[in-house]
Write a protein that binds this ligand. Structure first.
Ligand code: 5AD
Ligand code: SF4
Length: 473
């Protein structure tokens, strides 16, 4: 048994991360364990987690399991969890209740918990003591060891917890079963060293480790060969890509090299304003296959709060960068993340956030009420706001965000825009996809267009989506 340790998760040393290419092996007696059996994965949180679930799916299929979307038919159920806010915790424990129910009626169901919550000391303590029926727990650093962990649990017929609080290495060659045939997630870096005072990620995902450029480029080249149209380069702080490699190669260089693979569309998330440099902006503006869409988290518009958050920029610097991006990249859309009710946020501080939103008029934004995460510096800061005040601030902010999202979408009315049609929409006889600027569009089109980038005339505009029709050439 290996349990997570918050103190160790915080450590950063000068130790170089290793690139490990041959650590994924399925024990012989586990190769057919899933024959005629089904797996179900529930994924919470960010794209990094979604992509991890694609790895876990492939590992399960290597053991003979097949996928089901019906929880009741599953023989093995995995919860790939998110630790970012308390409500992600609550949702996962709520779902665990349903799984317990199933396990009571069918005892040989296997239940596993992995992802960011598995890296949290208090969570694992509670699973160990109060959820003894959960079979396995593994973390973000050892998901490729999942077959071995499952074997331990089955052999010993007891709960197996295997979580490491380490800075982390880079594992290549973990299999992947992608959810889409047209767009793919590609990790370019793991972990984060920014340690914003509210954020749990540097503890759950380890130190910043960039993958080697050649491994990333080869992965993208392979995707192109297999007909993929879009890649999203993933990392907690992608603009800092390469800084840990000591090879004088940064995010701008990577974007240029990925652009040269000829893939139709390139996106990247998430950006921290601190590392967003002119070279990147220049390359994005010059390469047609790098999409004019940037997610640039603001978090707060008050310099006092930004300082308490440890964000390393002022609102003036943020606006300067925002304007530079808007001026240099034609037609760019910019979205953001904002936290309200951070400890110490006064009405004045909150109004400053509204001011910045009024200035930037974001295409869209994710807004959150601050949620204290055990072990982070902000969790120790005093917060005297009532729940009602917190909710009021969120409500007020959302009204403004919605207003600007609607205004940004209105500009698309009657325009012709390129859309990658990626799936069948819930609306009858419609496909759905995204514009280059990441606007969701429902398009009247037959399924033969799936996976195509088509020109679409926008016929109707809503706050969160657009409707359109294909323009025949
Ligand atoms: N409370 C509320 N929101 C948070 N985020 C990160 N940590 C917290 C927290 N403790 C938000 C940030 C980040 C997004 C992914 O989640 O806005 O950009
Ligand atoms: Fe992703 Fe962050 Fe949630 Fe972890 S805590 S799954 S990194 S959003």
């Amino acid at each position: 048994m290996n349990l997570p340790n918050l103190h160790e998760a915080k450590l950063r040393t000068k130790k170089e991360s290793k690139i490990i290419k041959d650590d994924y092996k399925i024990p012989n007696d586990m190769k057919n364990i899933g024959k005629n059996k089904k797996y179900y994965i529930k994924t919470y949180g960010c794209q990094m987690n979604v992509h991890d679930s694609e790895n876990i799916s492939a590992i399960l299929e290597d053991m003979g399991y097949t996928k089901t979307d019906d929880l009741n038919k599953a023989d093995i159920i995995l919860l790939n969890t998110c630790a970012i806010r308390e409500n992600a915790h609550n949702k996962m424990f709520g779902f665990l209740g349903r799984v317990k129910h199933l396990k009571e009626s069918k005892n040989d169901i296997i239940c596993g918990i992995c992802g960011c919550m598995a890296q949290e000391e208090n969570v694992v303590e509670s699973i160990k003591n109060k959820y003894k029926w959960v079979d396995i727990v593994f973390g973000t650093h050892n998901l490729h060891k999942f077959p071995n962990i499952l074997k331990e649990s089955l052999d010993k017929n007891e709960q197996e917890i295997d979580v490491f609080s380490i800075e982390g290495d880079i594992y290549e060659n973990i299999p992947v079963k992608r959810d889409s045939k047209y767009k793919a997630w590609v990790n370019i870096m793991l972990g984060c060293d920014k340690f914003c005072t509210y954020c749990i990620v540097p503890y759950t995902r380890g130190k910043q480790r960039s993958r080697m450029p050649v491994d990333i480029i080869n992965e993208v080249k392979d995707l192109v060969k297999n007909g993929y149209k879009e890649v999203t380069l993933l990392g907690q702080n992608v603009n800092a890509y390469g800084k840990d490699l000591n090879i004088n190669y940064t995010m701008g260089d990577l974007l240029l090299d990925v652009s040269k693979t000829g893939i139709d569309r390139i996106r990247f998330v998430t950006s921290h304003p601190w590392d967003f440099n002119d070279k990147m902006i220049d390359i994005i503006s010059k390469c047609d296959n790098i999409m004019p869409y940037i997610h640039l988290p603001l978090q707060s518009g008050s310099n006092k709060i930004l300082k308490l958050m440890g964000r390393r920029y002022t609102k003036e610097k943020y606006i300067e960068l925002f304007n530079k991006i808007k001026n240099k990249i034609p037609n760019v859309s910019i979205t953001t993340d904002i936290i309200v009710a951070f400890p110490g946020e006064t009405e004045e501080d909150f109004n400053e956030t509204l001011d910045v939103v009024n200035t930037c008029k974001f295409d869209s934004a994710f807004s959150f009420i601050y949620s204290p995460r055990e072990g982070t510096p902000a969790a120790k800061m005093k917060n005297s706001l009532t729940e009602e005040e917190k909710n009021n601030r969120l409500y007020k902010l959302n009204e403004l965000i919605n207003k600007f999202a609607n205004e940004a979408n209105q500009k698309y009315k009657d325009k012709i825009v390129p859309v990658l049609l990626e799936s069948v929409s819930e609306k009858k006889d419609n496909l759905m996809g995204y514009t280059d600027t990441m606007k969701l569009v429902n398009v009247k089109a037959s399924e033969k267009y799936l996976g195509e980038i088509v020109n679409v005339k926008i016929t109707d505009v809503k706050t969160w989506s657009l409707d359109g029709e294909i323009v025949e050439e």
